[in-house]
Design a protein around this ligand. Structure first.
Ligand SMILES: Nc1ncnc2c1ncn2[C@@H]1O[C@H](COP(=O)(O)OP(=O)(O)OP(=O)(O)O)[C@@H](O)[C@H]1O
Length: 387
């Protein structure tokens, strides 16, 4: 847990970088600090590992006032990832990753074993990359080593300053997603600085939107996008905040429609009759376990008649997303496959389909939920129809 209590920083030349900052990052939470250049984000972050000392107020890490903690010991409990990564150029990737464990006195073999584990965790095969030097890696791979190194001694707290800033947008999005799934397992207390509102929204459990040296709003991404606290925040998040909201609203089982279903081994004629009765033009095809196999057109079933099974006529279904994925992913799948709906799966089990109408409904409900400060499933459907 990281807690700021009325923290201020005035540099010797009189610049007030931050003023009266009070906020908390809960254990296992990822908070993003976002705002324009020079608003005090980096100053805020560097006060946590005492690379910068506050002028007033105090900062607690795990309940302890850090002004009384030896900075070197403090930094060993706090992983630090920066944009320029800062790898040692003459040390191998494995040795770079093992730096902190070695510093805190682990035996060399254990430190290297741990480093290999961590490289694996961030998606770099230690056999291939462990013996390389930083110059022999791509920008994205170097960033991954930076993350692995920060995690190597298993610190409870992680500070990340524009950690994915130095790579192109495609690699950046991949690194962000990889880090989010990593965070779902390691559950560190993370403070991340970014100037990119998209990144802040995608990564943060909560976001602190900075104005000049002050937090203008500290809330969940949904609330910041749905109900900006000040005109400044509204301008900062942008006029397309409704679109950004697609990235932070997840697909829930109650958003789904249940389309007609046919079984893989079902005779075509029987499925055709059932679909015809229901006036359906297509059905989702499942296997005996309820896993998604594909889809089948009612016309194809009718033409086949008594010959053949659903399985023989089924087509592959490319447009699918996992439950819990952001609505944006579903929308993107629909566009990419020119599909009017996407299948939603839990593992391989089919849960239902998301249609454009349902997607719109889910978005409306999340806006209403934020406006009322309640959970999304507490918002009745009526409010959608009325809206
Ligand atoms: N050592 C220093 N001496 C004087 N002023 C400083 C010093 N370091 C930073 N500042 C000033 O403090 C303010 C906050 O800087 P800080 O680096 O925290 O901003 P930031 O939000 O991280 O910006 P960026 O996104 O550009 O990195 C700025 O006005 C900056 O010029």
């Amino acid at each position: 847990m990281i807690r700021f209590e009325q923290v201020g920083k005035v540099y010797p030349d009189g610049t007030t970088a931050v003023d009266e900052l009070s906020f908390e990052v809960a254990e296992g939470e990822l908070v993003t600090l976002v705002g324009p250049s020079g608003c005090g984000k980096t100053t805020t972050m560097m006060m946590v590992n005492r690379l910068i000392e506050p002028s007033s107020g105090r900062i607690l890490v795990d309940g302890e006032d850090i002004s009384g903690v030896d900075p070197v010991k403090l930094r060993r409990r706090i992983g630090y990832v920066i944009q320029q990564v800062g790898l040692f150029p003459h040390r191998t990737v494995l040795d770079n990753t093992a730096t902190v464990p070695a510093l805190v006195g682990w035996k060399r073999a254990r430190a290297r074993e741990r480093a290999a584990e961590l490289l694996d965790l961030v998606g770099l095969d230690p056999k291939t990359y462990g013996s390389r030097y930083p110059a022999q890696l791509s920008g994205g791979q170097r960033q991954r080593v930076g993350v692995a190194r920060a995690l190597a001694a298993d610190p409870p707290v992680l500070l990340m300053d524009e950690p994915f800033g130095a790579v192109d947008p495609v690699v950046r999005e991949r690194l962000q997603n990889e880090f989010l799934s990593l965070q779902a397992t390691v559950r560190k207390t993370v403070l991340m600085v970014t100037h990119d509102i998209e990144e802040a929204v995608r990564m943060g459990d909560r976001i602190a939107v900075y104005g000049a040296g002050r937090i203008e709003q500290f809330d969940t991404p949904g609330a910041v996008l749905g109900a900006p606290a000040t005109p400044y925040v509204a301008r900062f998040v942008g006029a397309d905040r409704g679109l950004k909201r697609l990235s932070v609203t997840t697909i829930e089982p109650e958003d789904l429609e249940e389309p007609p279903v046919a079984r893989l081994d079902e005779p075509a004629g029987r499925a055709a009759a059932r679909l015809g009765g229901a006036g359906a033009r297509w059905a989702v095809v499942l296997n005996g376990e309820g896993d998604l196999h594909g889809w089948v057109a009612a016309d194809a079933l009718r033409i086949a008649g008594e010959h053949g099974t659903v399985g023989e006529l089924a087509r592959r279904m490319d447009a699918w997303v996992p439950v819990g994925a952001p609505l944006k992913q579903a929308f993107s799948e629909m566009l990419q496959h020119d599909a009017g709906w996407v299948a939603v799966l839990d593992g391989s089990r089919f849960l239902g389909v998301l249609t454009p109408a349902k997607l719109h409904e889910a978005l409306r409900r999340s806006v209403d939920a934020d406006a009322r400060g309640v959970a999304r499933d507490e918002v009745p459907f009526d409010s959608v129809a009325d809206a």
